[in-house]
Structure formats: structure tokens, C-alpha cells
Design a binder for this molecule. Structure first.
Ligand code: FRU
Length: 487
């Protein structure tokens, strides 16, 4: 084991005793210590789910990237494992960036972006991003001697040599495939496809899709998978300009929905949909479970507006893992069914009039799975206040006329001038809007109409603010079911 990896493992082992569990999210994954961003290597290995992540153990800010590691049997309870990779080779000295993992016979294969920084003879700094492989047993990994196995020189002419990253690998009919993000000659994103018969020898197959400066600049963290009768190319574009309520400015995430001609390596995009409409969601990745579910997890944070309290020894959280499905041409998401086993103490009310602001006995708390049906007409606004103590609160507002749902954390106790509201389309069906809200210590995930649209945001309101209230018009009625969630 390299000195750097040993140091990281020793550090996290010592830190683990000190950070404790006390103020952690209850049913969302958070890193044990230091900084965490993208999920990496989300996959099955020997009957368990593995989650790796972009990681800097020594501070709660982004720095020289390692891979952290955890595993779970049910996506809810996670066991921390020792750091898997450190930036300990010349070709990854600047960081082991995002990538993926597969189970390959007995072994677990990781593929990641090695970032190399060099000072050239003329004194200039050179950065190169190339794809590298490490093979292991679920705990320890050996980097391949042939690394890097895919270099940016294999991309079409004009492609960037600096921005080429985040390989997502799969194996099909005995062959390895991977997609990776890159920048084409026009400076904007493209997704390259490669294949290999052995892990050390890869070939460029083609470009699956490109931004052409219409859908942001660099495309990060691609994933490519079939879903029902469609093929999904999932991307995280940088530097987008806002587009209606579909995309906000800056870093976004998108499902490119289309069809795939495998033999010609040709992807045809038919539609584009935002993955998540909230304030804090990026770099999602999927895995296929043994029982055939496509499950996605994302990083719950924003690069442009990161919020986490000073002094907290860890700074990253992941979303609840979500099962994907296709309905009426849209990719829908629902929390993994494993969460159901952690729901306790059901409290339920039917047909409650929302004319006056109301609170309901037992509908309160900070860790819950809340199912709501808002039944009303075509005008007025429905409001749900949660994580409230009267002074501090976060609010979900449904505008019936506009058919728009807004999340607003302006009064959640933020002490910085951070973006605090985001809105998305939310269509009621015959006046009925279905919401499922997962509320954990620091996060609010809102699933609308069976996960047709999802909104993920962070709040850092003191844990004692636990009231919930509802308000609408005299024509609005509410069905509500609340479960506490313990994990
Ligand atoms: C996305 C990203 C990836 C990169 C990683 C570095 O959030 O920028 O493209 O591999 O983070 O930590």
C-alpha cells in the first residue's frame, strides 16, 4: 500500500472515533470525515451494494481527490470501509477523479480519471486527464501497470486534452464498454464511447452525443443505460444558461432520452429532461441491482452554492437512492423500496380542510416520510411549512393557477446570501397533486406525482424546529400520511 493511502486510512480510522454519529443525517449517506462530492463506483459486488465517492479526508473543502468507500445490503444502512484509492502515482498525482466499478468474476474492477499535473520544460503547467484501472477484492485495490489505459489522444481531433473524465463502465456479452465526458473542438461537451476485450486495451468507438454549445459547456459524469424501451444518456453539464423552469443556470443534470443502435454505436436523442429541480443535486450515477432495478444516487450539494456549517467534521451527503422507471416518456424516480422497512409510527388524516393554517397532531418531526394529496381547484396557493419553530421554517408553495411548485428556504436559518428558492412545473390531475416528501436532518426531497419530477434541497435549520403546518383555501382538502424514519 502506498504511503498516501496508508495515511488516509490511518487518519480516517482515528477521526472516526471522534466524529461520532450524533448529528448525522438519519437515513442518508454522509462521509465519515472530511470532504465528499460525486458518488463513484456505485455497483453490486458479492451480493452487496458498494458506494465509492470523491473524497478528501483531511479537510471539509475540496482538495487532492481520493476515493472513499462504503457498502450496504439495503441502500439505507451503510458501513464505512477504508479509503480505496489515493493520488499516489505520477499519472494521477493531481487526483483520482470520478469513475465507476463493476463486478467481473471474482474481482471488483474500478475505473477512474487520473489527473496528472506536470511542469513542462518551458515552465508552463500541463494538466492531463486520462482513464485508469484498479482491480481489487472489495477492500484493497491494485492499479494496473498499463495505466492510463485510455488517453485523450484517442479522442477525435480538436477534443480537449484537459477535460476528459468520469468513465462509467459496464460489461456486456463478454466485452467492456465505457462512456466518458469530454469537450469537443467547439469547446462544449461530448460523450465518448470506448470498448475493450481486455482491460488494458481500449478502442474508441464513437461520440454518442454532443452539446454543440446548446446544453452547457463541459459534460461531466455520464451514465448510459437502457430503461424500458428507451436508452438514457445521463449527463451533468456545466455552465448552462437557465431555460424556463427546466434548467437553472450553472451546473445541471439531464436525462437525454433516446434510442441506441448498438452495432453502430449510435445514440439518437429524442428528448431532454432535468434529473432534479432542487437546489442541491449533482453528478448522479446509477447501478443495476441483482433483481433488475436501475437505482440512481446523487450528490446532495451544489458547486456554486455549497452550504454546510463551519465546524462540522464532514461535509457531504448523498440523496436517497432512487429507482428509475419510464412513464409517459418521462424518467420517474421513487425512493428505493428498502426504505419502507424503516418507516414507523404511521399517522394519517383524510379530507382536512386547509382554509386556515393548520397543524395536525402527530404530523411533526424532522426525520420522516410524508405522503400528501392536495385536493383543490384551479386557483389559489397551497402552502406547507416544515422544519418550523414559528420563526424559522422552509416552505413548499403550490401555485394552482400556474401549476408551479416552489421550494423556499429563505427563512431556514441561512447566514449567507445563498440562492434559496427554486420552482418547477407540477401538474395537478383533476385538481389533485400528489407529493412525497423525505425529510431528514438536513435535507428535503420532494417527489411529485409518483416521482414524475423531483426536487432536492438542503436545509441546516436547528433540529428542534420540527413543526409542520398547512394552509390553502377553503376549497382545498388534504390527505396526509406520515411515517417516522429510523435507520
Ligand atoms: C463533478 C466533478 C467531476 C470530477 C470530480 C472531481 O462534480 O467535477 O467531473 O471527476 O468532480 O472531484
Amino acid at each position: 500500500m502506498s504511503k498516501l493511502l496508508e495515511m488516509a486510512r490511518n487518519y480516517e480510522r482515528e477521526a472516526a472515533g471522534k466524529t461520532g454519529d450524533q448529528k448525522r443525517p438519519v437515513f442518508h449517506f454522509s462521509n465519515s470525515v472530511g470532504w465528499m462530492n460525486d458518488p463513484n463506483g456505485f455497483s453490486e459486488y458479492k451480493g452487496e451494494h458498494h458506494l465509492f465517492f470523491q473524497y478528501y479526508p483531511y479537510a471539509t473543502q475540496w482538495n487532492s481527490m481520493h476515493w472513499g468507500h462504503a457498502r450496504s445490503r439495503d441502500f439505507i444502512r451503510w458501513e464505512y470501509l477504508p479509503a480505496a484509492l489515493a493520488p499516489d502515482c505520477a499519472y494521477d498525482n493531481f487526483g483520482v477523479f470520478s469513475g465507476s466499478a463493476i463486478e467481473d468474476g471474482d474481482r471488483q474492477v474500478l475505473i477512474y480519471t487520473g489527473v496528472e499535473e506536470k511542469i513542462l520544460e518551458n515552465g508552463e503547467k500541463s494538466i492531463r486527464q486520462n482513464q485508469c484501472i484498479a482491480i481489487g477484492d472489495g477492500i484493497d485495490y491494485q492499479k494496473l501497470e498499463q495505466n492510463p489505459v485510455v488517453s485523450a489522444d484517442m479522442l477525435p481531433e480538436g477534443s480537449s486534452r484537459e477535460d476528459f473524465r468520469d468513465p462509467k463502465m459496464w460489461k456486456e456479452d463478454g466485452r467492456y464498454y465505457m462512456v466518458a465526458g469530454s469537450r469537443s473542438g467547439d469547446g462544449s461537451g461530448q460523450i465518448a464511447l470506448f470498448y475493450a476485450d481486455t482491460l488494458g486495451e481500449w478502442r474508441f468507438a464513437g461520440i454518442l452525443d454532443r452539446s454543440e454549445n446548446k446544453c452547457g459547456k463541459m459534460w461531466e459524469c455520464p451514465d448510459f443505460y437502457p430503461l424500458a424501451d428507451k436508452q438514457i444518456l445521463m449527463i451533468s453539464p456545466q455552465e448552462m444558461e437557465a431555460e424556463g423552469l427546466e434548467f437553472h443556470s450553472g451546473n445541471n443534470t439531464a436525462f437525454l432520452i433516446g434510442s441506441y443502435e448498438k452495432r453502430e454505436f449510435r445514440f439518437k436523442r429524442e428528448n431532454i429532461q432535468s434529473v432534479d429541480y432542487g437546489l442541491d443535486f449533482y453528478a448522479p450515477q446509477t447501478m443495476l441491482t441483482a433483481d433488475g432495478r436501475r437505482v440512481m444516487i446523487g450528490w446532495m450539494q451544489s458547486w456554486d452554492n455549497p452550504i454546510y456549517p463551519d465546524g462540522q467534521p464532514w461535509s457531504g451527503m448523498m440523496t436517497i437512492p432512487r429507482e428509475l422507471s419510464l412513464r409517459n416518456g418521462r424518467v420517474c424516480q421513487r425512493p428505493v423500496r428498502e426504505l419502507d422497512a424503516y418507516r414507523k409510527n404511521k399517522v394519517s388524516y383524510q379530507d382536512v380542510c386547509m382554509e386556515k393554517e393548520i397543524s395536525l397532531d402527530g404530523i411533526e418531526g424532522r426525520c420522516m416520510d410524508l405522503e400528501l394529496r392536495l385536493k383543490g381547484g384551479s386557483c389559489g396557493k397551497d402552502r406547507i411549512r416544515l422544519a418550523s419553530d414559528g420563526r424559522l421554517y422552509s416552505e413548499i408553495v403550490y401555485d394552482r393557477e400556474e401549476q408551479v411548485l416552489t421550494f423556499d428556504r429563505t427563512h431556514s436559518g441561512l447566514k449567507k446570501d445563498t440562492i434559496s428558492t427554486r420552482s418547477m412545473k407540477a401538474e395537478s390531475i383533476n385538481g389533485v397533486l400528489d407529493l412525497r416528501i423525505l425529510l431528514d436532518r438536513y435535507s428535503v426531497e420532494i417527489f411529485v406525482n409518483g416521482g414524475e419530477r423531483v426536487m432536492t434541497s438542503l436545509i441546516y435549520t436547528p433540529y428542534t424546529a420540527a413543526q409542520i403546518s398547512f394552509a390553502g383555501s377553503k376549497k382545498t382538502y388534504l390527505d396526509v400520511t406520515k411515517y417516522e424514519v429510523y435507520a
